[in-house]
Design a protein around this ligand. Structure first.
Ligand SMILES: [Fe+2]
Length: 197
């Protein structure tokens, strides 16, 4: 099947000033689109052509894994944001966070530390196992916890292309601000209704 670039559920300036219009235009319109296009080229006429995106992420290696992983990662990334978002998770996800880290502030602190200490390019994920137990997963490059059977709930892209135009080298400041655009209803739904990708 041919993979499609997702449609953003908001305008390109909706995430200002945390993710600038120009960053969305480049990060979504060039980088993300580029991963989708290259993925489609790489699966043409081989066994991966009939697989879902998630199946490719679980099975592929090397260049194909990198492209498929980045498509899934960015799909999850853009859809977790929104205008006038932020705040705190509710319901079952909030309970699970408190169980694991004591409270939301401690969880954020741990997530920020993981995001700033990841060396080079990669992703930091909040993920759940089959029992709903949460963990923070640091993944280099195109990594996604979906590959090891976990449910990816929330992902911070710490590649420089995600923040450099606005924050330059200040990754910690960008990560701190990302919390203000998180749609916890979306993240909570991923937790309560695990999806196959
Ligand atoms: Fe990215």
């Amino acid at each position: 099947m041919k993979h499609q670039l997702i449609t953003l559920p908001y305008e390109t300036d909706a995430l200002e000033p945390v993710i600038s219009k120009l960053t969305v235009e480049l990060h979504y319109g060039k980088h993300h689109k580029g991963y989708v296009d290259t993925l489609n080229t790489l699966i043409e006429g081989n066994e991966y052509e009939s697989m879902t995106l998630g199946e490719i992420v679980k099975k592929a290696e090397g260049k194909l894994f990198n492209q498929a992983g980045q498509v899934l990662n960015h799909n999850l990334y853009w859809l977790q944001f929104g205008k006038n978002a932020g705040g705190e998770p509710q319901g079952k996800l909030a309970e699970a966070i408190s169980k694991q880290w004591g409270n939301f502030e401690e969880f954020k602190k741990a997530f920020n530390t993981a995001s700033t200490s990841l060396f080079g390019a990669g992703w930091v994920w909040l993920a759940a196992d089959e029992e709903g137990k949460l963990s923070i997963e640091s993944e280099p490059n195109a990594g996604n916890p979906y590959r090891k059977g976990l449910n990816p709930l929330l992902g911070f892209d710490v590649w420089e292309h995600a923040y450099y135009l606005t924050y330059y080298n200040r990754r910690a400041d960008h990560v701190k601000d990302l919390w203000t655009i998180i749609r916890w209803d979306v993240v909570g739904d991923r937790y309560e209704n695990p999806k196959q990708y």
